[in-house]
Write a protein that binds this ligand. Structure first.
Ligand code: IFM
Length: 471
């Protein structure tokens, strides 16, 4: 893969370039992050940044519908404008390159590229073609996610992920995209975080389409994973040179006490967050403990589905954010017991880098066929403000340093981690939390669309510059 952003490093503030700022980010000399082939990039997703929701033939998605429904998204925010990236993409890619970032993970909006009859929408396709060609020109490695939650509304109207047919429609969409974009994509991910699509979308209703039923969640998950499994051979056929994988969010669950009941609760938490997705992908079976947690929710699985789902992967994308402390709920499951006095982010999520290391080393033990891993998202939200033209996001700098150290520890323990993407390149539409929560390493002023590089991004750039200069 390309690992050489050309016109890099123009955006360093004078203080950082002169080395006059203290550097709380640069990894120690023995860190594996100094390896030049350890890919460092940033990630975004279509609905969170593009805006232009009704331009050039884009159809409505479930997130247009959901965010327009009163009470579903904080402050009534929607992705209608977001970061206006659909119109500002060239400047945004220039910014990415000038930060020296070597990889860019983006997603394609399904409703922008296909009409309801499955025919291509040329204008939408051209947008992604131009963007991917520009990344290639700049030597930036592209990771393209096919589904980051913006399901066309017309498919939801026919049952969405509860309808098995949606998995086949996803395979058609994958076929179109991989024929059109072959040669411009370094790595394809079928789905982003099926746990969120299935559980938050169909299990508790916090995300689009807003349904709340455990049985729906397990069936939606099955169809999402089936869609993934159907798409992998399509990608292999149409774009053989690229890597193919999937992105899973993972959660660390720790027990509130040494009691057997609380230990079991922590185990069930991780079954529900991790094994529910990783077991079918890597072992070809659902974890039976899941149905102890949610009795009677076994999905309808047809002959051959599990083999389809367990198609070999070239990489596994891992998104990690926080740890959850749990206790037994006294019945089949677990309940959250938030720890006091721990560091938290603007989301209220506990900062717990060791969880990332422990999960990665645990997966290596559990899955003998664990593919190479990319950390496809890691980052934090903070209430960042631009003061005198600068954003001093101190907590994020420390967060990133500690999580990268955890990745280094996992690598040293034998886990094959090949890269890391910051979530996110820029502040964006944080789903049910709208624009209030800022995850970017670049600040976005939503009233002017002005981008301001935060200090965290400056320090990542400084490190990449130093790494590049090393012989
Ligand atoms: O913003 C999201 C992203 O879309 C998926 N992973 C988690 C991020 C932070 O919540």
């Amino acid at each position: 893969m390309a690992n050489d952003a050309s016109a890099a490093f123009d955006t360093l503030s004078p203080a950082v370039s002169k080395g006059s700022l203290a550097d709380p980010f640069t990894p120690p000399a023995d860190s594996s992050l100094w390896r030049k082939n350890f890919l460092l990039g940033a990630a975004t997703a279509s609905y969170q940044i593009e805006g232009a929701v009704d331009e050039d033939g884009r159809l409505p998605s479930i997130w247009d519908t959901f965010s327009a429904t009163p009470g579903k998204v904080l402050a009534g925010d929607t992705g209608a404008v977001a970061c206006d990236h659909y119109h500002r993409w060239e400047a945004d890619i220039d910014m990415l390159a000038s930060l020296g970032l070597e990889g860019y993970r983006l997603s394609i909006a399904w409703p922008r590229v296909m009409d309801a009859a499955g025919r291509p929408n040329r204008k939408g396709l051209d947008f992604y073609k131009r963007l991917l060609n520009r990344l290639k020109e700049k030597g930036i490695t592209s990771f393209v996610t096919l589904y980051h939650w913006d399901l066309p509304q017309h498919l939801e109207d026919r049952g969405g992920w509860l309808n098995r047919d949606t998995a086949y429609r996803f395979a058609d969409y994958t076929d179109l995209m991989s024929r059109e974009l072959a040669g411009t994509v370094d790595a394809w991910a079928t789905l982003n975080e099926p746990w969120c699509s299935a559980y938050l979308g169909y299990g508790n209703g916090h995300h689009a389409p807003g349904l709340a039923n455990d049985r729906f969640a397990t069936q939606a998950m099955h169809h999402l994973l089936l869609a993934h499994g159907l798409a992998i051979p399509v990608l292999r056929g149409n774009d053989p040179a690229s890597q193919k994988g999937i992105v899973a969010n993972i959660g660390r669950g720790t027990a509130n006490s040494d009691s057997a009941a609380d230990q079991r609760a922590a185990h069930l938490f991780e079954v529900q967050h991790n094994a529910w997705i990783l077991d079918p992908l890597l072992k070809g079976a659902y974890p039976q403990d899941l149905f102890e947690l949610w009795p009677g929710t076994e999905p309808l699985v047809l002959d051959g589905d599990m083999q389809t789902i367990a198609a070999p992967l070239d990489f596994l994308g891992i998104n990690y954010y926080f740890r959850t402390n749990v206790a037994s709920d006294g019945a089949h499951g677990f309940r959250d017991v938030p720890l006091e006095g721990v560091e938290r982010t603007q989301m209220g999520w506990e900062v717990h880098p060791d969880g990332l290391r422990d999960l990665l080393t645990g997966f290596k033990k559990t899955y003998h066929n664990l593919p190479p891993i990319y950390i496809t998202e890691n980052g934090m939200a903070s209430d960042d403000k631009v003061i005198d033209g600068h954003v001093d996001d101190t907590q994020r700098i420390s967060f990133l340093k500690r999580h990268l150290a955890a990745v280094d520890q996992a690598i040293k323990a034998g886990v094959d981690v090949r890269g890391y993407f910051l979530w996110s390149l820029m502040d964006n539409f944080e789903w049910a939390f709208g624009y209030e929560r800022r995850f970017g390493v670049v600040h976005v002023d939503y009233s002017t669309q002005k981008r301001t590089v935060k200090r965290s991004a400056e320090l990542v750039t400084k490190f990449l510059k130093e790494r590049k200069a090393k012989v």
